[in-house]
Ligand binder design. Structure first.
Ligand code: IMP
Ligand code: MG
Length: 196
């Protein structure tokens, strides 16, 4: 496994996460009590590192967390179809929900989840995404809190994976063309893409 080239260093991630946390405290915080906490909803598995770092910075804001897991079909006629593999356990009606994602690419995953949360009667639904690959967008999803816009490159680290690996890198990196290809482990792969 070669080392991916650094695109966004760890200190830049830390600084931006702290800024977003301050914005969240300002927007959701004042006067909020424990019987009306903010519900932070992550999309497994990619959002986990970002979500944890972000929530640790919220000092005065009552917050709960929950998770979706999705998979999407890539290519073929079913492109854009998103399946919910794990639903959240929380009741949504009347709650302020903050959806937290690692990256918005085509937008199909977030569109599907945002529509579902609104359908279930959330009081408000906002989107917080670490990365935005704007040039790849196929469906419109407004991002309320954004870490960094990036070009159309495949990135790994800080939660983002390539075939399940690299999520634990403390920075966002780019896999270059000459990066060693991982050996096939011989396991059958399902038709659809893996965990987001
Ligand atoms: P969308 O439905 O096309 O917006 O897909 C978003 C999901 O695709 C993200 O949550 C990621 O799991 C995955 N994804 C998109 N771009 C990248 C990338 O550059 N690196 C790793 N995963 C990515
Ligand atoms: Mg994801």
């Amino acid at each position: 496994m070669k080392k991916p080239k650094v695109l966004i260093p760890q200190r830049d991630l830390e600084r931006r996460v702290a800024e977003i946390a301050a914005d969240l405290e300002r927007d959701y915080g004042p006067g909020r009590t424990a019987d009306d906490p903010l519900l932070a909803v992550g999309v497994l598995q990619g959002s986990v590192f970002f979500l944890v770092d972000l929530l640790k910075q919220l000092r005065d804001l009552p917050v709960r967390m929950d998770f979706f897991q999705t998979s999407s079909y890539r290519g073929g006629t079913s492109a854009g179809e998103v399946r919910i593999r794990k639903d959240i356990d929380s009741w949504i009606r009347g709650r302020d929900v903050l959806l937290i994602e690692d990256i918005v690419d085509t937008g199909y995953t977030l569109r599907t989840i945002l529509d579902l949360l609104r359908f279930r009667g959330a009081r408000s639904v906002k989107l917080c995404a670490l990365l935005d690959k704007r040039s790849r967008r196929e469906v419109d999803v407004p991002i309320d809190y954004l870490g960094f816009p990036i070009d159309d490159v495949f990135v790994v680290g800080y939660g983002l994976d390539h075939e399940g690996l690299y999520r634990n890198l403390p920075y966002i990196g780019v896999l270059e063309d000459d990066t060693e290809v991982l050996e096939d482990d011989g396991e059958d792969r399902p038709e659809e893409g893996g965990a987001a």
